[in-house]
Design a protein around this ligand. Sequence first.
Ligand SMILES: O=C(O)C1=C[C@@H](OP(=O)(O)O)[C@@H](O)[C@H](O)C1
Ligand SMILES: C=C(OP(=O)(O)O)C(=O)O
Length: 428
Amino acid sequence: MRKLINHAKSLQGKLTIPGDKSISHRSVMFGSIAEGETRITGFLRADDCLNTIKVMRQLGIQIHDNGDEIIVEGRGMNGLRPSKEILDVGNSGTTIRLLSGLLAGQSFTSVIAGDNSLNKRPMQRVIAPLEQMGAKISGDKDSEFPPLTIEPINELHAIEYEMPVASAQVKSAIILAGLQAEGETVVIEKEQSRNHTEEMLQQFGGSLQIDDKVIRIKGGQTLRGQRIEVPGDISSAAFFLAAGLIVPNSEILLENVGMNETRSGIIDVIKAMGGDITIDMRENRISADITVRTSQLKATTIGGSIIPRLIDELPVIALLATQAEGITVIKDAEELKVKETNRIQAVASQLNHMQANIIETEDGLIVHGGTPLAGATVDSFGDHRIGMMLQVAALLVKEDVFLKEAECVNISYPTFFDEVLNLTGTAG
Ligand SMILES: O=C(O)C1=C[C@@H](OP(=O)(O)O)[C@@H](O)[C@H](O)C1
Ligand SMILES: C=C(OP(=O)(O)O)C(=O)O
């Protein structure tokens, strides 16, 4: 769907940020392999997480949605049942990679597939460690891509694995397989990535040892159903943090933003760029209410260990940099090339269509600041983060901006365009 997207003279008001996508996926997966009932509030009802519910149901887990809560009837570590149908996870990289770890040690065959975008994303990164653990997994084109076929085995064994990429999805797949393995599995991270799997495992009564970038997990643990409260997703909040900073005469309050340290790199960047941001931590200590106001931003350099802490926010951070004073350099971010699209290429090509001045590099972007943006027809290429970033860019532009495949926002933020309208005061 090609959509005429909005311009804004100013943004005012408040919005509540919907549930964290990473935590929502994990809450349903852990709930499924725990014993007893798990009740989840704040679950993100967006396409990616709904696909996780769908495939866990296919694997024999009863999951109900009563409007307030998602209720998962856990069946324990050996309670999953074979699915007659292919497990279609749609666009969700998190689902296919975590599910591979979960299914690697089972005594039945599974086939996991996805949409055209997912079927181009690399899977060797999970297949290699899982095969070392004794799993039998094959994919398309020398096992680089989905669909993945996972065959039955008797038992997984523990390994020590030094990760070649900084990836929470790979780490999580190994931890989920490690739970089913004989012995103690050791994962050594390249850089610290989001730690939701480690936190949730402990919340479900499991244990692991974490020493800096080294994680140790023993097989054969029993998990117990829990009450899980999912905080708002900082990766969704990022679009409104950016919008509030660059649209003139704006002040917006974002409620319930998850503040996990392994995810909050964008806050550090906004501060380094001189953005006007106020953070009020909530009593639960896991989320905050954040106010942003229009700011004159300055350029910064982003690279190294902060990258995994803001990987999904880099497209909208690049947009911020187009409006800052000076040249912003984003480096060490080659992982952007293997997301829903090649995000290095997508960000540079589409913002440059709008008259930005961005140079693609091997591992990031060089963004020349202070460029007024102009009307154009731009393409999300079906990538939700690119689509939402382009809508924020369009807020600055008086001429018409048309966005191709605008419906992709449903992947992580179905109410995104409605929230934009609410803040511009033109809703309803
Ligand atoms: O574990 C997760 O929930 C995620 C990890 C990241 O991917 P990688 O593990 O590929 O870096 C991130 O980009 C993705 O949106 C969600
Ligand atoms: C990369 C993303 O998700 P996934 O890997 O789960 O498709 C994302 O949401 O930006």
